[in-house]
Design a protein around this ligand. Structure first.
Ligand code: SF4
Length: 309
């Protein structure tokens, strides 16, 4: 841990205090390009949030800086969004259809003004919790033309480099180290990393590098032996079944009825001490359709489900 802290410090990645660290919740578009201003604005915003007179925002309150040609973070959680707009950028509060159209230089002061306004309205948690919605301050009344949230990009080539996912969202240190030799790494909020400038899929085991990778059609929790509550291993089974899952369908393999990996309804297998229960469409806690399937018979029970209309 000490070595990690030293390394982070040498890279300028440690904040001066826990307070300023907790305020610096900035989501940056991983697809930023040097000329689109995203990086510059994010750095200025980080500086403003570390200043002694920075607004004392709640721990979960955050900003999205998403100034690429196309906004890519709209499906990701943020309270104040800075995006490309006519003549510069737009700054808006989450949940509002209007905002401010300003120059890139004015983006951070406008975002700070919105943050102070949020606190003045008695905001304690998130922008969406301000109900009923108070009227925005002066300067934020321009109706903004923004499209609904797009799905995050899949693994593969992007204009900024190659996006890679980690199998089951778990990355080994060796894999990360190998990836880092291929280019600078950008974090994404989509359980993926972007390798800056990389033009081909990295050949490193444990990575999901293509949109058509079958492992994107399965989700599995830690399972045994990593989780003490698991009745069986989950990931080897999910890995083995993945190629059978048709495109557009999702199979959830859960180590117990808690369903940590996917709290929503899906085709679900739940490990029990007697075998796997199959739920055709439900969460891991739903009533099973078939009980106690053995590992040998699971595939034959699943195949008809996959081919159902
Ligand atoms: S779903 Fe159950 S087995 Fe899987 S990680 Fe959660 S608690 Fe553990």
């Amino acid at each position: 841990h000490a070595a990690l802290l030293q390394g982070l410090d040498a890279l300028g990645l440690l904040d001066s205090s826990a307070d300023s660290e907790s305020r610096r919740n900035i989501l940056v578009s991983p697809l930023w390009q040097p000329e689109d201003g995203t990086q510059r604005i994010a750095a200025a915003l980080a500086q403003a949030l570390a200043a002694p007179d920075a607004p004392a925002l709640p721990g979960k309150f955050g900003f999205a800086v998403d100034c690429g040609a196309q906004a890519v973070l709209r499906a990701d959680s943020a309270d104040i969004r800075i995006e490309r707009g006519p003549g510069g950028v737009t700054v808006r509060a989450e949940g509002y259809a209007t905002g401010a159209c300003v120059s890139a230089e004015e983006a951070v002061p406008a975002a700070m003004a919105l943050a102070h306004w949020f606190l003045a309205q008695g905001g304690k948690t998130r922008m969406a919790a301000l109900t009923p919605q108070p009227a925005l301050p002066q300067g934020f009344q321009t109706t903004l033309d923004f499209s609904p949230a797009a799905a995050p990009p899949p693994p593969g080539l992007t204009p900024a480099g190659w996006l890679v996912g980690a199998e089951f969202g778990q990355l080994q240190a060796d894999t990360l180290a190998a990836l880092a030799t291929l280019g600078a790494l950008r974090l994404t909020p989509w359980r993926m990393l972007l390798v800056e400038g990389l033009q081909h899929a990295p050949e490193i085991p444990g990575l999901v590098t293509e949109a058509l990778d079958a492992r994107l059609r399965v989700v599995a929790c830690t399972g045994a032996p990593g989780c003490l509550q698991a009745a069986a291993a989950t990931r080897p089974l999910a890995r083995a079944l993945a190629p059978s899952v048709p495109a557009g369908q999702l199979l959830h393999v859960s180590g117990c009825s808690k369903g940590c990996a996917h709290p929503r309804a899906a085709l679900t297998l739940v490990a029990t001490p007697a075998g796997f229960n199959l739920i055709h469409h439900g969460t891991a806690a739903s009533a099973p359709d078939l009980l106690a399937l053995s590992l040998e018979t699971i595939a034959s029970h699943l195949l008809p489900t996959f081919h159902a209309p």
